[in-house]
Design a protein around this ligand. Sequence first.
Ligand code: SF4
Length: 76
Amino acid sequence: MLAIEPDECIDCAVCIPECPVNAIYAEEDVPQDQLKFVKLNVELSRAWPTITRMKPHPADADEWRDVKDKLQYLER
Ligand code: SF4
């Protein structure tokens, strides 16, 4: 999971088709059942370190990509 700092985002939408699990939405297109992630994204984007260089995806990314209700596993 990544978080996007909303004050840094310029809403260019380039990342939307690049996300391999279709997890990114323009703010006005966030599905109703995922609105809770808007506030969480703000919180996490300001708490987590900034990624400044491309790096390999986590080794277990494919294992997690189709798991539902992953929010319960979020560690803060
Ligand atoms: S690529 Fe995505 S996160 Fe980055 S500025 Fe564009 S819309 Fe925002």
